[in-house]
Design a protein around this ligand. Structure first.
Ligand SMILES: *Cc1c(COP(=O)(O)O)cnc(C)c1O
Length: 404
């Protein structure tokens, strides 16, 4: 692939127009949109509006002018991106907190099933939260096993199989339909963590028969740092599962100020306290970009960007750890190298921002909305130059930062 060929792909790219709808920092090729998505230009105005008008002028009146319904409204905007109905998704809290709510709820559904099964090497918070959730339910246990023996780990005592759809390090993607069936065959529920999937690949929760899901607002959905997350509960479970963090915003009638808790119908019961209005406003603004996007185009562009960067990484002597089959991966690519940290730092010094994942992984988000093919080609060239010249060996690139 040459630069001219990459530019030719840009010329016919149906998503090319989205590049300039994001604030693109000068001199930066941003390959970390899978970790913190870019700032949509329209979010700058939306942020000013919510601050100056809605908060500054309208004050408490704004609750009845759109704030109180924001979690449901934003959830409904996420629903088509994950193959769910509008009334099966709500935006709330963080992914971590939502995981806690759903795991405890699943454990309380049937006392004869008290084991949560998950994958070794899953994203840390998923396992940490699962540990805390089983500790909160008498008799419950967490079983963490390697991917190869997950199916065997399920049995009559399994309440929930907790899987991250696209792996945060390797980008490996589970077959959602097949694994949902594996959980159901064992009589268990499944909860999918879609943090690296929503906005990255076409997700079909309902078609797969999934039960529960959570996901992140600040990655591919461009909701901003610490944006509210989302959770999904399939309609058939909505009356039977209960939020263990029962708070007044999940009450059937919060403004009746009753002493006793009575869960709201539908997804509202998954709210706990007062929603983060500023965060929801930024997330809602980012989601507006997805209005008319065909996820098949997202997947096709992701595959094209992946091919360009894969060729470059291989030429740079890096070992790709992401599956070659597009159906078996998400929208990031990871390589292994003993000097992964230093190479990532040398790239950042040149304005190519990716990230390092302990112990030896270089990870690059190939976000179809915000990147051009030429951007990815240029980043690949720089990676090749850095490894061929040994530029990454400079002492300054070995200094470790707190956030990698
Ligand atoms: C990013 C990510 C999270 C983030 O959880 P927070 O509560 O937002 O910190 C959780 N799980 C997975 C798989 C992720 O990739």
């Amino acid at each position: 692939m040459t630069l001219e060929q990459a530019q030719a792909l840009d010329a016919v790219d149906p998503l090319a127009g989205y590049h300039d709808r994001f604030v693109q920092p000068e001199g930066v090729i941003y390959l970390d949109g899978n970790s913190l998505g870019l700032l949509p230009t329209e979010t700058v105005a939306a942020g000013a509006d919510i601050m100056e008008r809605a908060w500054g002028q309208r004050l408490i009146r704004s609750w009845n002018e759109g704030w109180i319904d924001a979690p449901s409204r934003v959830g409904a905007m996420i629903a088509p991106l994950i193959g769910a109905d509008a009334d099966e998704v709500i935006a709330a809290d963080s992914t971590s907190v939502n995981l806690y709510k759903l795991i405890v709820a699943a454990l309380r559904l049937d006392p004869s099933r008290n084991v949560v099964v998950s994958e070794a090497g899953n994203f840390p918070t998923d396992l940490h939260i699962a540990e805390g959730a089983v500790a909160a339910v008498a008799g419950a246990q967490l079983k963490v096993v390697e991917r190869g023996v997950l199916a065997e780990a399920l049995g009559d005592e399994t309440a929930l199989l907790l899987l991250t759809h696209v792996h945060y390090k390797t980008a490996e993607r589970f077959d959602m339909t097949a694994w949902t069936r594996v959980a159901h065959d064992a009589g268990a529920l499944i909860c999918w963590d879609l943090s690296h999937s929503a906005g990255a690949v076409a997700v079909e929760l309902n078609a797969a028969g999934a039960d529960l899901a959570v996901g992140c607002g600040y990655k591919y959905l461009n909701g901003g740092p610490g944006a509210p997350a989302f959770l999904y509960v399939a309609k058939r479970w909505q009356d039977r599962l209960h939020n263990p963090l029962s708070g007044w915003m999940g009450h059937a009638a919060p403004f009746e100020f009753a002493d006793g808790y009575e869960a709201a119908a539908g997804m509202k019961r998954w709210l706990t306290g007062t929603p983060s209005v500023l965060g929801l406003a930024a997330l809602e603004s980012g989601l507006k970009l997805w209005d008319s996007i065909d996820l098949a185009q997202i997947e096709a562009k992701s595959a094209a960007l992946w091919n360009i960067f894969h060729v470059a990484g291989t030429a740079a002597g890096l070992e790709c750890v992401t599956p070659a089959d597009p159906a078996k991966r998400g929208s990031h690519i990871s390589f292994r190298h003993p000097n992964a940290y230093e190479i990532v730092q040398a790239l950042i010094a040149r304005g190519v921002i990716g990230d390092f994942r302990d112990p030896d992984i270089l990870r690059f988000g190939l976000t179809p909305l915000t990147l051009s093919h030429a951007d990815v080609w240029r980043a690949g060239e720089m990676m090749r130059e850095i490894t061929e010249s040994g530029e990454y060996r400079k002492a300054e690139f070995a200094v470790r930062n707190a956030v990698t």
